[in-house]
Design a protein around this ligand. Structure first.
Ligand code: EPU
Length: 413
């Protein structure tokens, strides 16, 4: 699938944001902790979520989806995750902690996902071992066996996925666990909140140090998936790239503080309770020095968006990617096809902004793909973005939604 983007059109209007992919995946992983029904509202219709649902179904869960509401219930009938689905997405790793906690075993083919870096699983494994779970990993599979027992554990890095697996494992562990240096991304906090609603006892919700008192059983609940902060940032970036005027609604502006603080000096940005309005009158004069970091730092997922914005600014931007080593290079190569001036040294890109021209570019990963769409929106004339299947993993109707704001994008199968 590809997009033909007829760029150079100013975006304007209002657009709603749907639920966050990375929240949906974590909450779906946690549904394994109970046989009761867990109902998730605001569930996005995107390929990664459909694949996660297929994974749960193939392991025995029952699922009903009505529009954006998904209900999951029932016991697992196998602890073996099917290879053909698990390898499609990184989110499949998020059944590790919940399955071992509830069923004492899991065999998980190594998860797939975007090729944005090595993406090891050592922290997940080290953490489960600290809980007394026997865990083995080879080139193809992670296997765990044993019942988690409460412990004190410090994550060597605040990994989102490892924190989520540890939270699920500790919620059904024997005894109390103290976890230090946990990730505090809003999607992790949403998982903590849902676990509490399911009957877990967690002290320090939202913080990086958590105390979790294990329980024998958790029960069903209903939970609203939080709005997707990366989709919000994508719509705002498209607005900047086209010098537009757009209000993004049904979002949580404080989840975008780091991103908005980079844009605010250059554009008129207004934050409301559940909306952000951005009016871009003229290109930014370069965005200075930006480094990615775990929340509340500047998110790696928004780095691909900022790289495109830096390409069309009027000054120089330095972007340092500290989390995923492949994320800068691929898009830099593609953007240079459009005339971008990007010099990469190690994990730092020095970008001298200028006007881009249309070109044929190829997405190799989800956020990189969104970044390329943003760049093509800014360039006057017709560009092609190939590899749209990567974009569809995490965006619901990206082209159609941007068209509602005045973009001209044709989707070609
Ligand atoms: N890391 C390790 N060992 C581990 C786990 C992580 O070294 O055991 C390293 C990673 O290699 C990376 C850093 O720690 O350098 C951060 O990885 P993290 O575990 O936090 O990321 P993740 O859980 O694999 C989630 C999101 C990503 C998002 C990152 C960072 C999901 C399903 N994925 O990945 O989202 O970029 O957190 O915020 O929640 C995306 O949506 O496009 C996406 C890639």
């Amino acid at each position: 699938m590809e997009y033909i983007v007829d760029g150079g059109r100013r975006l304007h209007g209002e657009i709603e944001v749907y639920g966050a992919k990375n929240c949906a995946l974590a909450l779906l992983g946690a549904t394994v902790l109970t046989k009761d029904a867990v109902t998730l509202k605001n569930c996005p219709e995107i390929a990664d979520v459909e694949n996660m649902l297929a994974l749960l179904v193939s392991m025995g869960k029952k699922i009903v989806r009505e529009n954006d509401t998904v209900t999951v219930w029932g016991e697992l009938t196998t602890i073996c995750a099917p290879r053909n689905i698990a390898t499609l997405l990184r989110g499949s790793a998020l059944v590790l902690g919940s399955t071992v906690a509830k069923y004492g075993k899991i065999a998980l083919p190594l998860p797939g996902g975007c090729a944005i870096g090595a993406r090891p699983m050592d922290i997940h494994i080290d953490g489960l071992r600290a809980l007394g779970v026997e865990t083995m990993i080879d080139d193809e599979m992670v296997s765990c066996c044993g019942s988690p027992e409460g412990t004190n554990y410090k994550l060597r890095f605040a990994s989102v996925g490892a924190t989520e697996n540890m939270l699920c494992a500790c919620a059904l562990a024997k005894g109390t666990s103290r976890l230090y240096n946990c990730a505090t991304e809003p999607e992790v906090v949403a998982l903590e909140q849902m676990l509490v609603q399911m009957g877990a006892t967690i002290y320090g919700v939202g913080g990086s140090d958590l105390t979790i008192v294990g329980t024998d059983e958790l029960h069903g609940t209903e939970f609203d998936i939080i709005p997707d902060r990366i989709v919000t940032a994508t719509y705002l970036s498209a607005t900047v790239a086209t010098l537009g005027d757009v209000t993004v609604t049904k979002c949580i502006p404080q989840h975008l503080d780091a991103f908005l603080s980079v844009l605010s000096p250059h554009f008129c940005v207004k934050k409301y309770d559940d909306a952000v309005k951005l009016n871009a009158m003229r290109p930014a004069s370069g965005y200075g020095d930006v480094s990615t970091a775990p929340y509340p730092g500047f998110p790696t997922d928004m780095q691909s968006l900022l790289l495109s914005l830096a390409c069309v600014a009027e000054g120089t931007t330095h972007i340092e990617e500290k989390l995923f080593e492949n994320r800068l290079m691929h898009n830099a190569t593609e953007l240079s096809r459009m005339g971008a001036d990007i010099a990469i040294s190690g994990n730092i890109a020095t970008v001298k902004g200028r006007k881009l021209h249309p070109a044929v570019v190829t997405a190799k990963d989800l956020r990189g793909g969104a970044g390329l769409v943003i760049a093509t929106l800014s360039a006057n004339g017709k560009s092609t973005v190939k590899g749209v299947e990567h974009i569809n993993r995490g965006y619901s109707d990206l082209a159609q939604n941007l068209c509602k704001l005045g973009a001209k994008i044709t989707v070609v199968d």
